[in-house]
Design a protein around this ligand. Structure first.
Ligand SMILES: Cc1cc2nc3c(=O)[nH]c(=O)nc-3n(C[C@H](O)[C@H](O)[C@H](O)COP(=O)(O)OP(=O)(O)OC[C@H]3O[C@@H](n4cnc5c(N)ncnc54)[C@H](O)[C@@H]3O)c2cc1C
Length: 406
């Protein structure tokens, strides 16, 4: 490990590895560090994402794809269901493929290494080197690391904090990343083996009794295995996510064998107002860049990683790593996926207030529509239009969508 780099990337998840690769490919000297002993484990993810989106950043290797899906079936509390095909126009098809994240995350880190980045595991960032530029301003000038038990100080022009939901780095630089209780989805997931798993469809189960402020997912991984998990953002009757998931399992998969149990949280806050500072950028879960409705973050992390890595390389080429320059990343984010996340946060807030009856009604309306002929936004507008009370409740979302369709 050198004692100075252009860019230090903290965290070798999708955001960090793509950022490291992007900056390294543009000629920056890059250090990518991961606190865990192995990249990609433990997996705290249902592993569903969009193949089309992923292909924009990485060549698809069958080694990291467990399964390709044709549809997502959404089940309302009363059992009414509708199916959304993964090629529906405008859909982000978060679950078009099921990844093997153990292999996928390692693959991305390897791409960063191929591009020239130095990569180290069991290396945790424990602090930031912060220096004064003048009496009023400070800049991030490197990272304090614990590398295999030894404390090291490494200088850099830019630090990219891609340290996931548990991110501490941003706060060290004075950026407030605190999440409100309702803006964190607590998740728990089983990897199960069960012969009744439908191999080509992912299933989503909704309802205040089964998953308040969230949903239960069944993402088939092939060979009769599936990720079955829950994310909830409201606590009901003192019950925890695991209690809800166990009730669901005993009803739907009473004979399943549990091959793994994973806990984790997803930020569903709609993003942060500030994701840069002098010498610092945040990316991925650390910047709360996940979809508040689905809790999906892989796609957002890859986009953010690319934008952050590219902006870092531009800043270094321009000799200006100030917050003013790095804000180009924030602007690009805010004008693209940041907008989607903000809109989806409004939908999530409305969803949190839906009764089971409203969910049943929406499912009934959606089931009656030829969804394959609709663009996603049109489908949502059509469903909302079918019920004046619901349309009023969701008026902000309805008018936003309507405007974007004009
Ligand atoms: C139960 C569950 C199910 C999910 N299912 C899906 C899904 O199906 N589809 C989807 O798109 N998203 C899903 N997500 C969300 C998705 O996993 C994340 O959004 C995504 O992994 C974010 O990528 P990231 O690179 O920002 O962060 P992470 O993948 O969390 O990577 C951050 C990395 O930083 C490392 N790190 C942290 N602190 C330090 C430090 N101080 N020094 C060095 N390294 C550090 C961590 O060890 C970690 O490896 C799910 C999340 C959960 C919890």
């Amino acid at each position: 490990m050198k004692n100075e780099y252009d860019v230090i990337v903290i965290g070798a998840g999708p955001a960090g590895s793509i950022a490291a690769k992007t900056a390294a490919i543009r000629g920056c000297s890059v250090l990518l560090i991961e606190k865990r002993p192995e990249i990609g484990v433990p997996v705290r993810c249902a592993e569903g994402t969009s193949k089309t989106e992923l292909m924009k950043f990485v060549d698809i290797d069958p080694a990291f794809i467990c399964n390709e899906l044709h549809a997502a079936v959404v089940h309302a509390p009363n059992g009414t269901s509708f199916s959304v095909t993964t090629n529906m126009s405008g859909i982000d098809s978060e679950a078009g493929i099921i990844l093997d994240r153990k292999i996928f995350d390692r693959h991305l880190a390897k791409l960063a290494a191929d591009a020239g980045a130095d990569v180290y595991t069991k290396t945790a960032a424990t602090g930031l080197i912060i220096e004064e530029i003048n009496n009023e301003e400070k800049t991030v000038a490197g990272v304090v690391l614990n590398h295999l038990g030894e404390e090291i100080r490494i200088r850099s022009k830019i630090v990219i904090a891609a340290d996931g939901i548990e991110s501490k780095i941003a706060r060290m630089a004075g950026i407030d990343t605190t999440l409100k209780l309702n803006d964190i989805e607590s998740g728990v997931q089983f990897l199960i083996y069960d012969e009744s798993i439908r191999p080509a469809e992912c299933e989503i189960f909704l309802g205040n009794e089964i998953a308040p402020g969230g949903y239960i997912w069944v993402f088939p991984k092939g060979n009769n295995t599936a990720n079955v998990g829950i994310g909830i953002s409201k606590n009901r009757n003192g019950k925890k996510a695991i209690d809800y998931l166990e009730s669901f399992m005993s009803e739907k998969f009473p004979n399943a064998k549990i091959l793994g149990t994973f806990f984790g949280g997803v930020p569903v806050s709609g993003g942060l107002e500030k994701i840069t500072a002098n010498g610092l950028m945040l990316a991925g879960d650390a910047a709360r860049q996940t979809d508040p409705i689905t809790g999906a973050g892989i796609r957002y992390a890859t986009y953010a990683g690319e934008m952050a890595g590219r902006t870092a390389a531009e800043a270094i080429a321009a000799g200006d790593c100030s917050d003013k320059f790095l804000k180009k990343y924030q602007t690009e984010w805010d004008q693209t996926l940041g907008k989607t996340i903000k809109r989806n946060y409004k939908i999530k807030k409305a969803y949190d207030s839906w009764t089971d009856e409203e969910m049943n009604h929406i499912a009934k309306m959606a089931a009656a529509l030829p969804l394959e002929d609709f663009e996603l936004k049109e489908a949502i507008v059509a469903v909302l239009k079918s019920d004046k009370k619901l349309m009023w409740k969701m008026k902000g979302v309805y008018y936003d969508l309507l405007k974007s369709l004009i």
